[in-house]
Design a protein around this ligand. Structure first.
Ligand SMILES: O=C(O)CCC(=O)C(=O)O
Ligand SMILES: [Fe+2]
Length: 346
C-alpha cells in the first residue's frame, strides 16, 4: 500500500466530492508513524469519529489479568500492591452511579519499576505508555491543524490526581458482572481518550454513528494486543471550535449482565490545571465559565467551575440521539444557556 498521505487520504473518501462518505476500511496508523501520517490519523479522528493506532502494548495483558483479580476482592488495599507510596498518583474508589463498578485511576507517572507487585507494575507501565502515546496523538492534531496552542493545554509530566478537577489518567473500570444500568451514552470530557481493548468487548459507539462498519462493538475492530482506539472528548471539540467531534459511546448493559467481570483501561488526556480554552465565538456570554472546562484554575476558582460531569450527562444524553456529531451550536441553545444562568451545572 502507498504511504503517500495524499494517496491514502483520497482512498478514504468516495470519488463523489458531494458525497464525502468515509470508507469502511480502517486506516490503522503505527504509533511511530502518527506524526508522519498525521493527515490520515486526523482524517479518521475527525470524520470517522475515532482512529486506530497500532502500538506494542507489552504489559496490557498482565495489567488486565491483575485488574480482573481485583474484581473478586471486597476491598482492595493499595498498600497490598505497593501502590500506597505513589499517593497522589493512584486512587481506588467504588462507585454506584451510573452503574456499580470499581475504578482504579493511575496517572502516567513513570514509576513501574518502583513497585514490586508485577500486576500493579504492569498497570503503571501501561498508563505511562498511553500517556506518551496520547501526547503524540495530540501533537499530530496540533501540527495538522496548525494549532500549536493545543499542546499548551497539557503537561508532559503527569499532574497528581488532586491537582485538577479532572486531570489526565488511566482509568481501570472494573465491572463486577452484575449490572442493571443502560449503556450510559456519553462523551468523554477531555481532549483525547485512548482505549486499548478491554478484557472482553462491550464498548459501543452510538448506534446513530454510521461510519463504524460492521459492528457497534468497537473493541471487535481491534487487534487486542496491539490496537488502541483514539477518540476526541469535549475539550478537543471546544478547543478546535468543533473541527473535531466527540464520539458518543457507552458500554453494553446486555453484555455486562452476562455475569463475567470486565475490565477496561481507557487513558484520558485532559487539559492541565489552569489551562484555558478560548470561548468559541458562537457561545453566549453566560457560558464563559465553561472555560477552562475541565480544570480548576490555579489559586482556587475565580469564577464558579462547571460540574462537567453533570453538564455532560445532561447535554450529551440528549444529543447522542441525534448522532455522533456534537455541534458547537448546541452550546448556544437558549435552553442550555438558561440552565447555565440558573447555575444548574455548578
Ligand atoms: O468500559 C469501557 O469500555 C468504556 C468506559 C468509558 O467509556 C469511560 O470510562 O469513560
Ligand atoms: Fe467514556
Amino acid at each position: 500500500m502507498s504511504t503517500d498521505p495524499n494517496v491514502l487520504l483520497r482512498s478514504l473518501v468516495s470519488s463523489d466530492p458531494h458525497n464525502l462518505k468515509i470508507c469502511r476500511a480502517f486506516q490503522r496508523v503505527a504509533a511511530d508513524d502518527v506524526l508522519r501520517c498525521r493527515a490520515e490519523f486526523c482524517y479518521e479522528l475527525k470524520h470517522r469519529g475515532f482512529a486506530i493506532v497500532q502500538s506494542d502494548l507489552k504489559r496490557r495483558k498482565d495489567a488486565l489479568s491483575w485488574l480482573e483479580s481485583l474484581a473478586g476482592e471486597r476491598d482492595p488495599q493499595l498498600a497490598d500492591y505497593g501502590l500506597d507510596s505513589l499517593s497522589g498518583h493512584v486512587r481506588h474508589e467504588r462507585v454506584e452511579f451510573p452503574r456499580p463498578l470499581q475504578r482504579l485511576d493511575i496517572t502516567g507517572i513513570s514509576a513501574g519499576e518502583a513497585v514490586a507487585d508485577a500486576g500493579a507494575a504492569a498497570t503503571l507501565h501501561l498508563a505511562r505508555e498511553l500517556h506518551e502515546l496520547s501526547l503524540t496523538c495530540l501533537a499530530a492534531v496540533a501540527q495538522h491543524e496548525e494549532m500549536p496552542e493545543l499542546l499548551d493545554l497539557v503537561t508532559e509530566t503527569p499532574e497528581p490526581l488532586h491537582s485538577a478537577k479532572e486531570p489526565s489518567f488511566l482509568r481501570a473500570n472494573i465491572y463486577g458482572g452484575k449490572d442493571s444500568a443502560g449503556p450510559c451514552w456519553h462523551l468523554d470530557l477531555g481532549l483525547l481518550t485512548l482505549a486499548p481493548a478491554g478484557s472482553w468487548p462491550a464498548l459501543m459507539a452510538s448506534p446513530f454513528h454510521d461510519t463504524i462498519g460492521e459492528t457497534a462493538f468497537l473493541e471487535e475492530l481491534l487487534d487486542p494486543d496491539r490496537d488502541v482506539l483514539v477518540f476526541a472528548g469535549t475539550a478537543l471539540v471546544l478547543a478546535t471550535a468543533s473541527a473535531y467531534t466527540g464520539l458518543v459511546h457507552g458500554v453494553s448493559a446486555g453484555r455486562l449482565k452476562q455475569g463475567r467481570a470486565r475490565v477496561s483501561v481507557p487513558y484520558f488526556l485532559r487539559p492541565r490545571r489552569g489551562a484555558t480554552v478560548e470561548k468559541p465565538p458562537c457561545c453566549d456570554e453566560s457560558l464563559a465559565y465553561l472555560y477552562p472546562a475541565a480544570v480548576q484554575p490555579e489559586g482556587g476558582a475565580a469564577q464558579p467551575v462547571l460540574d462537567l460531569l453533570r453538564f455532560h450527562r445532561d447535554l450529551y444524553g440528549r444529543l447522542c440521539a441525534r448522532g455522533q456529531v456534537v455541534p458547537l451550536s448546541a452550546f448556544a441553545s437558549p435552553e442550555l444557556q438558561q440552565k447555565v444562568r440558573e447555575e444548574y451545572y455548578l
